[in-house]
Design a protein around this ligand. Sequence first.
Ligand SMILES: *[C@@H]1O[C@H](CO)[C@@H](O)[C@H](O)[C@H]1NC(C)=O
Ligand SMILES: *[C@@H]1O[C@H](CO)[C@@H](O)[C@H](O)[C@H]1NC(C)=O
Length: 359
Amino acid sequence: MQTGIAVFLVLVSTCHCLPFYNGFYYDHILNNKSGNGNGDVIHFNGVKLVVNTPEDALFAYRGGNITLPCAYHYEPDIGSARRLRIKWAKLHKDNTKEKDVLVAIGLRHRSFGEYKGRVYLHQNKPNEVSLVINDLRLEDSGKYKCEVIDGLEDESGIVELELRGVVYPYQPYQGRYQLNFHDGKKACEAQDSMMASFEQLFKAWEEGLDWCNAGWLIDGTAQYPITLPREPCGGKDIAPGVRNYGERHKRLHKFDVFCFSSALKGRVYYLEHPDKLTFQEARDACIQDGAQIAKVGQLYAAWKFVDLDRCDAGWLDDGSVRYPIAFPRLNCGPPEPGVRSFGFPGKDTKFGVFCYKMS
Ligand SMILES: *[C@@H]1O[C@H](CO)[C@@H](O)[C@H](O)[C@H]1NC(C)=O
Ligand SMILES: *[C@@H]1O[C@H](CO)[C@@H](O)[C@H](O)[C@H]1NC(C)=O
């Protein structure tokens, strides 16, 4: 009984503040319409705002442009729109935090952080508020929230964007299990890549990736993909799959890392040169050719997306020596396509070199 009275009193005092609550009041407070011609004032409170986004993930390539579709409507249809605020945000991996991408009120737009200058609203149809992202980066993959706020209601939809790419395991020159989480992240970034997500590793496993060392993923777990179950790699009698060591201590625990790279804007090529080269000579030779020594992520991207195929080992930027085989054949390594590695030979050993040119 006591509680009932308390609630009643609160309601009464609320009513003092908003004696004539209805759509008009609220609308009037939040939206000053005198500068804006689109406003039918809504008196009707049974109107529902609905936001539509695609259910399936969208796929794109690094460097490309993408439109993330989003549209809203009212049920029942009320003809013209109320004045709206549109907010696009990117969700953090665990869906708890979000980062503003773009906010639009009327004709005014503002974009944020690394999205500045690369995003705008696409409004071909009256109720369309799609987001265009230009010049896609590796970090752009993930979930985006399209939020429509009309003062009375606030509805949103999610669009998932995935970048097509290639996942590769990475060890530094010190060898196996030398990287804590933070080192792993830096190692990928130094090779024009980013630390892979579980979804990316899983997709690579579906496509046949098999690696018997655990590597960091961006969610802080260490996992490894096994296509052919065998004794030293988790056991012969366990089904193929991505084996999970679970979440690990980001500073104290050390593993390899899985890196993710996507299509390239430029071109990777094996430098035609009369001599084999030491590491330093290889770097210089690329620069003399108007290029740079290629990074590991760039070699993988060229192998994956333009079938780069060369049965000659070449230096790469991190001091490793590798070669890409898109069309397996005798004397060029195992029968599957792949990037073959010679590891990190002494820097005075002589090899060819892979260079990378922006255009
Ligand atoms: C409403 O907008 C107009 C024009 O944009 C402005 O002159 C006016 O001061 C605004 N009124 C309020 C209450 O914000
Ligand atoms: C992306 O859009 C920009 C600006 O509209 C354009 O210059 C560029 O060519 C587009 N890129 C691709 C890959 O279509």
